[in-house]
Design a protein around this ligand. Structure first.
Ligand SMILES: Cc1ncc(C[n+]2csc(CCOP(=O)(O)OP(=O)(O)O)c2C)c(N)n1
Ligand code: SF4
Ligand SMILES: [Mg+2]
Length: 300
């Protein structure tokens, strides 16, 4: 089925009443993931905005139309390892086992259980929605917050100028686990995302699959709620968030030969409004170096 028909015909598995902020990138991506996955799915969402927004269910007011469980912040991948093993034993490989976890739950608190499940080749799809911070608890920095980000724990003032460390680049770390499938995706390139989620689900029948989604957060990043897709698009077009996939060791990179300057993206976000031209030049250099590395890996 082509992309438009798939989205047009598939059921929205999120009930009314979900309370994510207006313009939330993660909410849009969650809906699309579930439209691709369908009803025969078990989802795990650790504490974070997507759990807090009510998708795991509040009273009988809202929730999902499929089984969904909220594990701890640090054990999503090990929790789902048990679930998928149970379904393999019951000879039910048809059930899609999917995690939808924030960057804090993925790159920080849950990193150990994620890395272990990936190395063991557990048959599941782990999706990280990366809004670059602990948004649900008040916009604290995480290890994926970009250098220079203004967050509630890396403020801008006399002592500090936003986050001073570089971002931990999870997609490459996961690719180096040599799992069945790794991809990055963005809501600005929805057809690409839908294709990758489809492939990720197929790969999860054979082993571990990981997708890292760029998830603009208007409330935490400081952009208008109707700019979410524009932010995501500029992140891709500037190579700030490169789109690639690694399928059984085979790399495919969406190469931007003529990227826009990274300042076109940074200027949209109030979390970067304090940056000097020098700071922006440093971020540009980081972005260019990472893209060069990805080009080399995908050419090898
Ligand atoms: C071990 C532990 N520490 C702290 C918390 C409190 N907590 C709940 S949600 C959350 C933020 C999670 O951030 P992330 O995974 O990036 O998801 P987001 O809120 O950004 O969607 C935190 C710190 C917790 N639930 N468990
Ligand atoms: S704080 Fe950000 S990630 Fe969380 S619900 Fe609001 S827009 Fe979405
Ligand atoms: Mg987060």
């Amino acid at each position: 089925m082509n992309y438009i028909d798939l989205i047009r015909q598939s059921e929205d598995l999120v009930t009314a009443g979900m309370s994510a902020c207006q313009g939330c990138g993660a909410e849009l991506c969650l809906r699309r993931v579930l439209q691709v996955a369908g009803r025969n799915t078990i989802l795990s969402i650790p504490p974070g905005c997507m759990a807090g927004a009510g998708v795991v269910g509040w009273n009988f007011d809202n929730g999902l139309k499929i089984p969904v469980h909220i594990p701890l912040l640090d054990n999503t991948a090990s929790f789902l390892s048990g679930v998928t093993n149970m379904y393999q034993r019951k000879n039910r490989p048809d059930v899609n086992i999917i995690a939808f976890a924030g960057d804090g739950a993925t790159a920080d608190c849950g990193f150990q259980s994620l890395s272990g499940a990936a190395e063991r080749g557990e048959k599941l799809l782990y999706i990280c929605y990366d809004n670059e911070g602990y948004m649900n608890t008040g916009f604290q920095r995480s290890s994926t917050s970009s250098k220079g980000s203004r967050t509630s724990t890396t403020p801008v003032g006399k002592v500090q100028d936003g986050k001073s460390q570089n971002q931990k680049y999870m997609p490459l770390i996961m690719a180096m686990h040599n799992v069945e499938y790794v991809a990055t995706a963005s809501p600005s390139n929805m057809k690409d995302m839908v294709d990758k989620v489809t492939k990720g689900i197929q790969a999860s029948k054979k082993g571990f699959a990981y997708i890292h989604i760029f998830s603009p957060c208007p409330t935490g990043w400081g952009h208008e709620t109707d700019q979410t897709i524009e932010v995501a698009r500029k992140a891709v077009k500037s190579n700030f968030f490169p789109l690639f996939e690694v399928e059984q060791g085979k790399w495919k990179l969406l190469d931007n030969k003529n990227p826009i300057p990274v300042s076109d993206l940074l200027n949209l976000l109030r979390k970067f409004s304090h940056l000097s031209p020098d700071d922006i030049a440093q971020i540009q250099e980081l972005v260019d170096k990472r893209m060069d590395l990805l080009r080399k890996l995908s050419a090898a």
